[in-house]
Ligand binder design. Structure first.
Ligand code: C2E
Ligand code: CA
Ligand code: CA
Ligand code: CA
Length: 279
């Protein structure tokens, strides 16, 4: 089986092959966006480190491709970004996340915050703020229960427009978190000017936090920084008990990772984390 795989690559030079694949995938993506049943949000829980309480969940998109099976975002988000299809796709994500959280809210979960990832292209689109506002009205989700995750790199470019957009999103009442925090090579000066709520420490620091003293130091510094700026701080990519313990010992507020749970389909998420109220 492996042999035939290799031969296939010999007959179709990789570059050409990939170009064809990309065009096909772009077509499929365009078509899939005409309806919406091929896309699905998975939800990964976030917990309070100290109390172990569920505080909310991150929405992570999957594409149930009719031929290729379940595709992770790495397979199609970059393509969606390049082609502009991220605009309708990103809108679908926010609407779906709000609808889902509104349902759970109605089921009695009044304090959970749902987050959605915003890509750079999506963030710089003109009607982002009206779009988010419209979705909040349409779904009836209390705005403070929606959090938008922006990457640090997105935030440090084009600071003036970014500052304006974040300010307008805050005015709507939604929460803003800085994703992949620590990877953006930025001066930290911008933090005090940006009305953000949460720093999310990048997984790359958490991975070897118990063995790499530099990454441990960076993590502790980010936690201290968040505390002194009165921001929330969450660690992502927590896979082991020792990492969770380190983070708890050093005062990290919230935590997310495979150690607690992989991202789950809506029903499975309810079953594992929400059954207390939804029976
Ligand atoms: P991200 O926002 O940094 O999301 C975290 C990624 O790490 C997710 O991968 C999640 O499944 C994974 N992860 C969480 N905990 C662990 C862990 O303990 N160990 C390991 N190894 N991985 C963990 P996923 O779902 O494949 O998403 C990858 C990226 O795709 C996301 O990175 C985000 O940048 C992007 N993405 C996902 N959904 C959306 C979306 O709806 N819109 C946009 N624009 N981007 C999205
Ligand atoms: Ca994220
Ligand atoms: Ca992240
Ligand atoms: Ca990351």
């Amino acid at each position: 089986k492996e042999m035939s795989g290799n031969q296939f690559q010999l007959f179709f030079p990789d570059i050409e092959n990939r170009a064809v694949e990309q065009i096909q995938l772009e077509n499929d993506l365009f078509k899939a966006l005409q309806h919406d049943w091929e896309f699905e949000l998975y939800y990964q829980p976030k917990f309070n480190v100290r109390t172990n309480e569920l505080i909310g969940m991150e929405s992570l998109i999957r594409w149930n491709h009719p031929q290729l099976g379940t595709l992770s975002p790495a397979h199609f988000i970059p393509l969606a970004e390049e082609t502009g299809l991220i605009i309708p796709l990103g809108e679908w994500v926010i609407r779906k996340a709000c609808l889902q959280m509104k349902k759970w809210y109605e089921d009695g979960h009044k304090n959970l915050v749902i987050s959605a990832n915003l890509s750079p292209h999506q963030f710089s689109q003109k009607n982002l703020v009206p779009m988010v506002k419209e979705i909040l009205i349409e779904t009836g989700l209390p705005p403070f229960l929606l959090e938008l995750e922006l990457t640090e790199n997105l935030i440090i470019h084009n600071t003036e427009q970014t500052l304006k957009t974040i300010g307008e999103l805050k005015e709507l009442g939604v929460q803003i978190s800085i994703d992949d925090f620590g990877t953006g090579y930025s001066s930290l000066g911008y933090l005090k000017d940006f009305p953000v709520d949460t720093l999310k420490i990048d997984k790359s620091f958490i991975d070897d936090i118990t063995t790499n003293s530099n990454n441990a130091a960076i993590t502790k510094t980010i936690i201290t920084l968040a505390d002194s700026l009165h921001l929330n701080v969450i660690a992502e990519g927590v896979e082991e008990e020792e990492q969770a313990k380190f983070l708890a010992d050093h005062g990290c507020h919230w935590i997310q990772g495979f150690y607690y749970s992989r991202p789950l389909q809506s029903k499975a998420f309810e079953h594992h984390f929400l059954k207390k109220f939804t029976q």
